[in-house]
Write a protein that binds this ligand. Structure first.
Ligand code: NAP
Ligand code: HSE
Length: 431
């Protein structure tokens, strides 16, 4: 049996303790699969006195994660502290400088610094692995970098933030408004310390940017992801969409087009009966489309102690085995700088607006759509409960239209003088 692979574990929170438990519970299994034992030698966290749900007595305590990363008795840094700057970045850089491999669950770190860190690691002949950073327990990074390595990827899509999917599906199931369910999610401990990372779409945008880099061979470009969170999704829209056979999801889509790389993370309508439409609660789903393989759908827990630690361990065991894959599936120096393309792929749109209920009001809206070159597929006027007599809610589903034509039409609506409040436009994604 070869020498053990020695881990320095930076972070003893949800994920870190999950890693400790798997290594302690499955020592023999891991050793058999890796061909050598995998052991933790030293750990680091902020508060040494904190009561943690695991036996840490056999590990050296290192107060400073940077010192942990550089220790002689550490072969691999497992970084599960979080944060895109500060100790996570410093410890990762220190590990690479000291010639160690790194496993991280930190999507924020890689979305912001992935290119520089991958180049630094490769210059030292080391690897950075991040299976846990995207869609928790779903092995999507391995699938893209290895299982689908022979494909030209066409599109990657997915629901990659469990908290948002929990909020949207709970709103629908209970008929509750966003604010109430947001508060429930907070009470349940689902929200990140900064909730905007979840509901603002940022966390999911980080994940999409990482998948896009692998799928399309481009440098991570999180700053070019079109981002819109779920804060404006109303229970009315969820119910009206449901009536028409759609569910609303915070959906990420990345694809390479003739104009450049499109990346968007926005609320979308998807067919209720589709795999994405059926996705309930905090679960994640990633859809991968390659030229040879066609479509692959992967579903599973996107977060939580066990699923996330499972993904960390897959990376650790690969390193123990000697499996070495470049961070983004090819040498970082060969990743292209992407031309960022604003989404132009046409789609049908769901439009909801409140109009003055008077002769000619609807005609003005129809004219604005016609002038934008947009054709109406379905239209309904609804009497919403409690709506005043002089107001009417109007729901329109368009035929396929480009995002810029829809934006033009929305601007035209404002000039009609019949609109009350802001209209809503949500893309209907074909999945
Ligand atoms: P967490 O529960 O908040 O734990 C963070 C750990 O890092 C804590 O043990 C904390 O120490 C330690 N830490 C923070 N700052 C530190 C510092 N300056 N020096 C030393 N230790 C420090 O976080 P988590 O949920 O485990 O998440 C860890 C990483 O995994 C994040 O990047 C997150 O985005 C990612 N991730 C998490 C999940 C999930 O389900 N939780 C899923 C996918 C990815 P104390 O305990 O002493 O405070
Ligand atoms: N906040 C994230 C989510 C955790 O809700 O999916 C996992 O990255």
């Amino acid at each position: 049996m070869s020498a053990p692979l020695r881990i320095g574990l930076a972070g003893l929170g949800t994920v870190g303790i999950g890693v400790v438990k798997i290594i302690q519970r499955h020592a023999d299994l891991i050793s058999a699969r890796a061909g050598r034992p995998v052991v933790i030698t030293a750990v680091s966290a902020r508060d040494r006195t904190k009561n943690r749900d695991a036996d840490l007595s056999g590990f050296v305590w290192e107060a400073d994660p940077v010192a942990l990363a550089a220790r002689d008795d550490v072969d691999v840094l497992v970084e599960v502290m979080g944060g895109h700057d500060g100790p996570a970045k410093l410890a990762t850089e220190a590990a690479i400088a000291a010639g160690k491999d790194v496993v991280t669950a930190n999507k924020a770190l890689l979305a912001h610094h992935g290119q520089a860190l991958a180049e630094a690691a490769e210059a030292k002949g080391r690897v950075i692995r991040f299976e846990a950073a995207v869609a928790g327990g779903i092995p999507v990074i391995k699938t893209l970098t290895e299982g689908l390595a022979g494909n030209q990827m066409r599109r990657v899509m997915g629901v990659m933030n469990g908290t948002c999917n929990y909020i949207l599906t709970r709103m629908q199931a209970a008929g509750l408004p966003y604010e109430v369910v947001f508060e429930e999610a907070r009470q349940l401990g689902y929200l990140e310390a900064d909730p905007n990372l979840d509901v603002g779409g940022i966390d999911a945008g980080h994940k999409l940017a990482l998948l896009a880099a692998i799928a399309f061979g481009t440098k991570v470009s999180f700053d070019k992801v079109e981002l819109e969170g779920i804060g404006n999704v109303s229970i009315d829209d969820i119910n009206l969409a449901d009536d028409m056979g759609y569910h609303i999801k915070l959906l990420g889509v990345a694809q390479m087009t003739g104009r450049g790389l499109e990346q968007r993370m926005t609320p979308c309508l998807v067919p209720a009966e589709s795999p994405l439409g059926q996705l309930q609660g905090g679960t994640n789903m990633v859809v991968l489309e390659g030229d040879s393989v066609g479509q692959i759908v992967m579903r599973g827990a996107g977060a939580g102690e066990g699923p996330t630690a499972s993904a960390v361990m897959a990376d650790v065991i690969d390193i123990a085995r000697g499996t070495r894959v470049s961070t983004f599936g090819r040498p970082a120096s060969t990743l292209a700088t992407p031309i960022a393309a604003k989404s132009a792929t046409p789609a049908s749109y769901y439009l909801r607006m409140t109009l003055l209920d008077k002769p000619g009001a609807l005609a003005k809206i129809a004219t604005a759509l016609g002038e934008a070159g947009i054709s109406i597929d379905q239209m309904r006027q609804l009497n919403q409960p409690g709506e005043a007599d002089n107001k009417a809610t109007v729901l329109i589903v368009t035929h396929k239209a480009s995002p810029s034509d829809v934006a033009f039409a929305m601007a035209q609506f404002d000039t009609t003088g019949v609109l009350i409040g802001a209209p809503v436009a949500i893309r209907i994604e074909e999945v």
